[in-house]
Design a protein around this ligand. Structure first.
Ligand code: DER
Length: 234
């Protein structure tokens, strides 16, 4: 099975938890896109009805709209029954790193108020400790004096051998989020010892909008791997 096959398996397993009448948080990224696509299929076949989706990015909004999924926002639907989304890292406590898809702010707003938050991932996302993948841990910052914030974010984690980079798009242009902010990606040489403390310290910096540590938020994680699909519960 390819990584995409595994992502699809995990996503479709999560969609089985959807019931008519639910308000759904629709995640962002390639795994979440499989879930959105499956929801669209179930709606058009009539086996699912009376649901409304709260998208976590403009691109998820576009995908959901193209599939005829009724959409709304947190303004009109402040309570979410079930959110389904991917993750970049999942540690043994089901704490997450998210945001490599650039949607961390809207994802966190939606997933923080979801009654249930099911994370869907292939087994490559499992880590022993957050930051351990050596890949980006994103921080959304305002454009104003982004470099000032990049420097103090990097210095905050210098004991972890932190490197910080302003995210750029394919064409080399600076990446701008759906919320007109920039992203500073942090790279650690070793996993964070205390994610809660890290998140708290990052949040103290004025001009830092949100970070990719999603701690204590997932209610279950569906991992698809070579041994099949496994559901990890809090
Ligand atoms: O940006 C995000 O938070 C995405 O959900 C990301 O973490 C997972 O993306 P993937 O499903 O494409 O790996």
């Amino acid at each position: 099975l390819s990584q995409d096959d595994l992502k699809k398996l995990a996503a479709e397993k999560a969609v089985q938890s959807i019931k008519p009448g639910m308000v759904l948080g629709l995640g962002t990224g390639s795994t979440a896109a499989f879930a959105v696509s499956q929801i669209g299929k179930l709606l058009s076949s009539g086996s699912l009805h009376d649901i409304v989706g709260i998208p976590t990015s403009k691109r998820t909004e576009d995908q959901a709209r193209s599939l005829g999924i009724p959409l709304a926002t947190l303004d009109t639907h402040p309570r979410i029954d079930l959110a389904i989304d991917g993750a970049d890292e999942v540690d043994p406590n089901l704490d997450l790193v998210k945001g490599r898809g650039g949607a961390l702010l809207r994802e966190k707003m939606v997933e923080a108020v979801a009654e249930r938050f099911i994370v869907v991932a292939d087994e490559t996302k499992l880590v022993e400790g957050l930051g351990g993948s050596g890949l980006a841990m994103p921080v959304e910052v305002v454009k104003f004096c982004w470099e000032f914030n990049l420097v103090r974010l990097r210095d905050l984690f210098r004991e972890f051998g932190c490197e910080a980079k302003l995210r750029v798009g394919e064409g080399g242009e600076v990446y701008v989020t759906d919320n007109s902010n920039f992203i500073v990606d942090l790279y650690f040489k070793e996993p964070l010892k205390d994610g809660v403390a890290a998140g708290r310290e990052i949040g103290k910096f004025e001009g830092v909008v949100e970070h990719g540590l999603f701690l204590g938020m997932a209610t279950s994680v569906i991992i698809a791997g070579k041994n099949g699909v496994e559901v990890l519960n809090k």
